[in-house]
Design a protein around this ligand. Structure first.
Ligand SMILES: *[C@@H]1O[C@H](CO)[C@@H](O)[C@H](O)[C@H]1NC(C)=O
Ligand SMILES: *[C@@H]1O[C@H](CO)[C@@H](O)[C@H](O)[C@H]1NC(C)=O
Ligand SMILES: *[C@@H]1O[C@H](CO)[C@@H](O)[C@H](O)[C@H]1NC(C)=O
Ligand SMILES: *[C@@H]1O[C@H](CO)[C@@H](O)[C@H](O)[C@H]1NC(C)=O
Ligand SMILES: *[C@@H]1O[C@H](CO)[C@@H](O)[C@H](O)[C@H]1NC(C)=O
Ligand SMILES: *[C@@H]1O[C@H](CO)[C@@H](O)[C@H](O)[C@H]1NC(C)=O
Ligand SMILES: *[C@@H]1O[C@H](CO)[C@@H](O)[C@H](O)[C@H]1NC(C)=O
Ligand SMILES: [Cu+2]
Length: 606
């Protein structure tokens, strides 16, 4: 589908050996993990290449160094640098809007926010591939616990640092802190956010960058560009509304890197400055609670080089849809008239709604791409025509490192889950169910505590599914049979999943239609929805013992129950994750904290 020459001549020059028929013995570990098993006959041209010794630079981004490159199988091999990046994140409750507005945060509308180190988005945590991160989270809020999830991080053998309260830890109560430690075995861009109900919607989210090789060259890394939305009231208030009403609350506005203009002229646009002739990398992240974005740049096409933490063969795009939790790394050249500025657009996709689109019709939602030779006037550029506003994942996301999914394990390890919705249960709640069960976890007794106690009397509402056979591939199809036919961004913790098929209607059971050879791979995939339903069929191997959540990343849906947890190789967890005394300490702290509130009925806690 994507011939190798599309990736650019530099690869061919760099990796002339890459298309040799055999892999040198020294690189035996580069053989695809699933090669031993019988898959459909593969006719695809492989782009696997030996790890290179060249060094990373503007014209050799495929290199990394030390025997690692873009062609390393990062599931089985990664650097260990011995370096730890230490961070402290202090979470505070800011009710005086002047305190954040003076820093240019928000769109001019005053509402309480929860900030990290006084910022929104939170500080960018940065490190190199193979580094450790050690992050101490200090809860300085008066009235909320919290727990911080490192989205997309594999957490190989560190399940207790995943930050999912009720699954891998108890919440951190006010006045206490908790330290997370994990290794960056992948590279690219991601984010961290609170997993304490819908709390991240009030501002507890920030970018995470792990430097590593790339599938295209660029001069300058502009860094992360987090996209989110704002509401006129706190996420807690909106969450309560979402729990009690079938329709989601309407966002007030969109934020790009934390700011935007509002309908009556307040606020400001984020400005990104470029110099003509240079090639830039920008890392787009959708950190919203309920908004699908369509990103485009007037006058500038771009190449997409990574989807979530997975490097892909570059694809040319004019626009791209970004679902909640999803990331795309893009590369573009500043090759237009540098006497002008250009709109960078973050339009609202057709499946999302936002008050701004009607309140200020004609106002561009986005940011300013500013050429350093241009003045300060706002752009007057026009959008490309024919931009697709549908909420579908783009096609052609072909991972650079190829993995073939073993078809012969399908029959034994396949299972289905049906998604349904009840917008008005007898107790007045909105609930999303997977196989008739809405998630409801106990913050005081995480799944890991059950494992530690050898207690297998799980509640049905923990939505636990077992993956008992280490090393085997498991296959899950979710059928979107809900009467509310909408798309859902499905996110998996502890793994990337491989997307064998997605589409409208029920999956017809035809195994020949599935993409077995090098399917798209990422940690958030859109499950289609339509009047005839939809389906998403994913696969991943049981290669990381732990309790891993899979959930919809629309904040209102996960609080309304839309999640399951995979309990993977349960009898190996304690032997692989090591010390969990920190988890136990935080659980003791949490139990000693007596909140004045009860968790709202119908809120799953996630
Ligand atoms: C934030 O402060 C306000 C005012 O003191 C208080 O009512 C609210 O509960 C606090 N929120 C959190 C999350 O601590
Ligand atoms: C969090 O704090 C808000 C006030 O800001 C309060 O309304 C809400 O009930 C609290 N929720 C939890 C679960 O602590
Ligand atoms: C986003 O905002 C932060 C904080 O102001 C800034 O350091 C960063 O450069 C901005 N990102 C982009 C892509 O402009
Ligand atoms: C826009 O921002 C201004 C300045 O902060 C504020 O006074 C106004 O209420 C805001 N308008 C809207 C619609 O949010
Ligand atoms: C973020 O993703 C959500 C859901 O997937 C989507 O509704 C929203 O439009 C996306 N926003 C951006 C800016 O990509
Ligand atoms: C979900 O329910 C269906 C229908 O009862 C069943 O066939 C399937 O095995 C269940 N899924 C799992 C993962 O148990
Ligand atoms: C799950 O959905 C499929 C497809 O709509 C349907 O055939 C099946 O009966 C459903 N199973 C359950 C347990 O609801
Ligand atoms: Cu959803």
């Amino acid at each position: 589908m994507f011939p190798f020459w599309i990736i650019g001549t530099f690869f061919v020059v760099l990796f002339t050996q890459s298309f040799a028929a055999t892999i040198p013995p020294a690189f035996a570990d580069l053989v695809r993990r699933a090669d031993a098993s019988s898959t459909t006959a593969s006719t695809s041209t492989t782009s696997r290449v030996p790890d290179s010794e060249c060094t990373n630079g503007p014209t050799s981004r495929a290199c990394w160094g030390g025997g690692f490159s873009i062609a390393t199988d990062f599931d089985t091999k990664h650097p260990t640098t011995g370096k730890t990046n230490y961070y402290t994140l202090e979470i505070s409750n800011v009710t005086d809007c002047a305190e954040y507005m003076s820093k240019g945060i928000g769109d001019g509308f005053c509402r309480p926010m929860l900030l990290i180190n006084g910022q929104f988005p939170g500080p960018t945590l940065t490190g190199n591939w193979g580094d450790y991160f050690e992050v101490t989270v200090v809860n300085k809020m008066q009235d909320n616990g919290t727990s911080i999830h490192w989205h997309g991080i594999r957490q190989l053998n560190t399940n207790q640092h995943d930050g999912a309260n009720g699954i891998t830890e108890c919440p951190i109560p006010p006045g206490k802190s908790h330290t997370y430690r994990f290794q960056a075995t992948q590279f690219g861009v991601s984010w961290y956010h609170s997993h304490h109900s819908a709390q991240y919607g009030d501002g507890i989210a920030g970018p995470l960058v792990i430097n590593g090789p790339a599938t295209a060259n660029y001069d300058v890394d502009l860094g992360p560009l987090p996209l989110s939305e704002t509401y006129d009231e706190t996420a807690w208030t909106k969450n309560s509304l979402a729990i009690h009403s079938p329709a989601p609350p309407l966002p007030l506005n969109v934020l790009v890197n934390g700011s935007m203009v509002n309908a009556t002229g307040g606020g400001k646009y984020t400005t990104i400055t470029v110099t003509k002739g240079k090639k830039y990398r920008l890392r787009l992240i959708n950190i919203s609670v309920d908004t699908y974005f369509i990103f485009s740049m007037d006058g500038h096409d771009f190449e997409v080089i990574a989807a979530d933490f997975v490097p892909i063969h570059p694809i040319q795009k004019t626009s791209i849809m970004i679902g909640i939790g999803q990331r795309y790394d893009i590369v573009f050249t500043a090759d237009q008239d540098d006497g002008s500025n250009y709109w960078m657009r973050t339009d609202i996709a057709s499946c999302s709604t936002n008050a701004m689109t009607t309140a200020a019709a004609g106002t561009v939602l986005g940011a300013v791409l500013h050429y350093d030779q241009a003045g300060t006037a706002l752009p007057t550029t026009a959008s490309a025509t024919g931009i697709d506003k549908a909420c579908n994942d783009p096609s052609g996301l072909q991972p650079y490192w190829e993995t073939n999914v073993p078809r012969d394990e399908f029959a034994q390890f396949f299972s289905g889950l049906n998604l349904t919705f009840n917008g008005a249960t007898s107790d007045g709640l909105s609930r999303w169910y997977l196989n008739d069960s809405a998630m409801d976890i106990d913050w005081s007794k995480p799944t890991l505590q059950y494992v530690l106690d050898g207690d297998t009397s799980y509640e049905k509402s923990q939505n636990i599914y077992h993956m008992d056979q280490p090393g085997k591939w498991y296959f899950w199809v979710i059928h979107n049979t809900a009467a509310v036919p909408i798309e859902h961004p499905i996110h998996l913790h502890g793994h990337d999943f491989y997307i064998l098929k997605n589409g409208v209607g029920d999956w017809d059971g035809n195994l020949d239609d599935l993409v077995w050879d090098n399917p798209p791979r990422r940690d958030v995939a859109i499950m289609p929805g339509s009047a005839t339903g939809g389906h998403l069929l994913v696969a991943f191997p049981a290669d990381n013992p732990g309790a891993w959540l899979m959930h919809c990343h629309i904040a209102w849906h996960v609080t309304d129950g839309l999640s399951v947890q995979f309990l993977e190789s349960a009898d190996q967890i304690l032997g692989t994750i090591g010390d969990i005394s920190d988890m136990q300490q935080t659980c003791a702290d949490w139990k000693a904290y007596k909140p004045y509130w009860e968790r709202e009925k119908g809120d799953s806690g996630l």
